[in-house]
Design a protein around this ligand. Sequence first.
Ligand SMILES: [Zn+2]
Length: 182
Amino acid sequence: MTAFFVPNDTPCMRCVMKGGAESGQTCDTAGVISPAVDIVSSMQVTETLKYLTGNKNNLRRTLYTFDHWFNYQYEIKLSNVNPDCPTCQKQYFPSLKRHANTPETILCGRNTVQIHEKKEMDLSIWEERLSRVAATKRTPFLLKAELDHHIQFVLFPDGRVLVQGTEDITSARSLYDRYIGS
Ligand SMILES: [Zn+2]
């Protein structure tokens, strides 16, 4: 789906989707075919060109939704601005806040959870520690520690840790706490 939002002019995404667009399908559950990305980006660029060249009367004032795999498409007119909208009316961004406060990120389609909690990691210290419990492999850029055949950590000097072999944040978090700690 795509829509063209103009701050202080059109409603925002949260006005349109009410509680935010968090219940939709993801690339993990539904998958994305690359032509869908091309179609959406072409439409976005077209609307942007209209806007930048002052052709605002031609802007598409709809939320355009399509699924070319199952052959449907529809458009709905953008609703009016919700006067109680926390985002475009009160400048409160709950979706951004939620992500900013959470160090864990699921890396979509890669069976991996990233935890970025530390500001830096000395890989030589961590190599020494983790080599007691895991098979480790070090490069100038990262340290891999294979805990068993299913779970592997990848540590980076900037403090990021990839927990590979799970997409479950709770189990990734408990492995992290157990072997890396705070
Ligand atoms: Zn809004």
